[in-house]
Design a binder for this molecule. Structure first.
Ligand code: TYM
Length: 334
């Protein structure tokens, strides 16, 4: 708790082009629930270097992501929006937690297996211990709740296990975080292959809607989305392409799948695809415009970066000092 509010933590990587999956699975939920919590939203640049990055591009994308958080509706006066690398407590707690995490646990992480397969020439130890840094992110702020998409579930369960193990040895040091997922949008699939998650790293750009795509591109990609041939807008597991489009429509508009089925009763896939494209484009346009303004307002954004890094450091250091004491590090002499 901070004051009378529970704490929320979440983060995103500024690697590649953010997709509609990132928005509907995470960022949109962040905005919907932020007033209920004391929130920390990090641009997790330390996670990004587990895969080789071009330095200038990473720096540029990190700023774009930070401004996107604000443009999407997170007020930086009320929400702590900051770069992970500006708060050194993340690295320090991560090291300590590494010593309380088993190789066997990390070996089971499916994302590690996937990313190792994709980056066979650079399977570095950071990629392996990535979930421990994630646990440190969350536990540093004593987060009660962590809103993510379904692909992060295994990492969050590990964070809960690490916290519980640590508490078992040293008493109640960490809040054990709950996972929060929206009702719809927790797993948005590729428009070209509805069995696969929509992903920043997909080689086929037509499979993903990027948050910076313009209206024409968005509508074109939806028109080309892979569906089946029965031409009925029905929400069913055996119609993964249409199910994904209905999920996108619902997550964007707040409507239920039954309402969508009714709305498009008697209409064909062409009409529906166009409608999905239009609502998505309408939803993203004001965010894109606001982000452009923010990227031009250097002084304002720099102020946010500085103030929020200080705020995050204050809370993170409090937890870090407690942990350092518990594990037996000598006291600092003032
Ligand atoms: P990242 O950057 O891959 O994704 C950011 C958020 O977007 C969600 N997401 C999706 N949701 C629905 N459908 C999709 N197709 C889709 N693709 C991505 C992810 O679930 C995530 O919530 N390791 C994390 C970042 C992180 C973090 C943390 C998150 C670092 N530390 C602490 C929470 C708490 C990551 O790489 O997310």
């Amino acid at each position: 708790m901070i004051g009378d509010k529970k704490v929320l933590f979440s983060g995103m990587q500024a690697t590649g082009n953010l997709t509609l999956g990132n928005y509907l699975g995470a960022l949109k939920n962040w905005v919907n629930i932020c007033d209920e919590y004391e929130c920390f939203y990090s641009v997790v640049d330390m996670h990004s270097i587990t895969v080789r990055q071009d330095a200038a591009t990473l720096r540029k994308r990190s700023r774009e992501l930070l401004t996107l958080y604000i443009a999407a509706g997170l007020d930086p006066e009320k929400n702590c929006i900051y770069y992970q690398s500006h708060v050194s407590a993340h690295a320090e707690l991560s090291w300590i937690l590494n010593c309380y995490t088993y190789m066997g646990e990390l070996n089971r992480m499916t994302q590690f297996k996937d990313k190792s397969a994709k980056n066979a020439d650079n399977i570095n130890s950071g990629l392996f211990t990535y979930p421990v840094l994630m646990a440190a992110d969350i536990l540093l702020y004593q987060a009660d709740v962590v809103p993510v998409g379904i692909d992060q579930m295994q990492h969050l369960e590990l964070a809960r296990d690490i916290a519980t193990r640590f508490n078992g040895i040293y008493g109640d040091v960490f809040t054990v975080p709950e996972i929060y997922m929206g009702k719809v949008g927790r797993k948005i699939m590729s428009l070209q292959n509805p069995d696969k998650k929509m992903s920043k790293s997909d080689e086929n750009p037509n499979g993903s809607i990027y948050l910076m795509d313009d209206t024409d591109t968005i509508i074109r990609k939806f028109k080309r989305a892979v569906t089946d041939s029965d031409n009925q807008i029905r929400y069913s597991e055996d119609k993964p392409g249409i199910k994904n489009l209905i999920d996108i429509y619902c997550a964007t508009t707040g409507k239920s799948s039954e309402e969508v089925e009714k709305e498009f009763d008697g209409k064909g896939y062409g009409d529906f695809k166009l409608a999905v494209g239009e609502v998505v484009a309408q939803c993203l346009k004001p965010i894109q415009d606001r982000q452009k303004e923010l990227l031009n307002d250097k002084a304002y954004v720099d102020g946010v970066i500085k103030n929020n890094a200080e705020k995050a450091s204050y809370f993170a250091t409090k937890t870090l000092r407690k942990v350092q004491k518990k594990v037996g590090f000598p006291e600092r002499i003032r």
